[in-house]
Ligand binder design. Structure first.
Ligand SMILES: CC(C)(COP(=O)(O)OP(=O)(O)OC[C@H]1O[C@@H](n2cnc3c(N)ncnc32)[C@H](O)[C@@H]1OP(=O)(O)O)[C@@H](O)C(=O)NCCC(=O)NCCS
Length: 187
């Protein structure tokens, strides 16, 4: 199944294309958005352009997965992702996806990250037949952890990764949250 456009009450989630590059540049230019994200500082346009190609390629790795650009009536708000696992410690690629989200600061605390994430969980389990959806963030990223919890993921583990330029708070590690298909069906 190719990646599909999804809707919620307020959001239209559109598979990422080259048309969305300027929005990605705007998102990653905000130091607050990048605070808990590698490299912990705003990214330049050329850095984002390079990342953009990698983001588009996610959709080719597993049919149905990828990045979605999210829009309300007022325009672009951010992106959401369902991505196949990359690292060996994340478990099998088959049947699993990693959930992520990144919103423009002016749209924070409006319930939009959660609204889009709930739609991706529904899509992942009901349409794509996934068995497990997980999410990772720095332990100190309170907003991201709260969003994971709010949409039904539960804490799995704290782990430590080697970073070339560790961000403040790295000493507290990364956390994984997850929800299985059974848990989602019984929610
Ligand atoms: C993380 C992020 C996407 C959350 O977006 P958001 O639209 O503000 O989140 P929502 O409004 O949907 O809130 C979801 C839940 O998290 C809670 N929450 C959000 N931000 C919070 C914060 N700073 N502190 C405490 N709780 C917070 C909300 O109260 C809500 O919980 P509830 O449903 O129990 O009321 C946003 O802060 C962001 O883009 N941050 C920068 C990028 C980033 O760190 N992404 C995650 C990388 S892993």
């Amino acid at each position: 199944m190719p990646q599909r456009t999804l809707t919620t009450d307020r959001l239209t989630l559109v598979p990422l294309t080259d048309d969305h590059l300027e929005y990605e540049v705007e998102l990653d230019s905000d130091p607050e958005v990048m605070r808990y994200l590698d490299p912990g500082r705003p990214r330049s346009r050329s850095e984002v352009t390079e990342l953009h190609h990698g983001r588009l390629a996610v959709a080719d790795r597993v049919p149905g997965l990828g990045f979605w650009a999210g829009f309300t009536d007022g325009g672009f708000v951010g992106w959401w992702i369902l991505e196949p696992p990359e690292r060996p410690d994340q478990g099998p690629v088959r049947g699993q996806a990693e959930l992520g989200y990144r919103l423009l600061r002016r749209h924070w605390r409006r319930g939009l990250a959660g609204e889009g994430a709930r739609r991706l969980l529904q899509h992942g389990f009901a349409d794509l037949g996934l068995d497990r959806i997980f999410a990772e963030t720095m332990a100190v990223n309170t907003a991201s952890r709260a969003t994971m919890k709010s949409v039904g993921l539960t804490y799995v583990r704290t782990f430590h990764q080697d970073w070339e330029h560790p961000l403040p708070g790295t000493e507290h590690g990364e956390v994984e949250y997850a929800i299985t298909r059974e848990q989602w069906l019984g929610r």
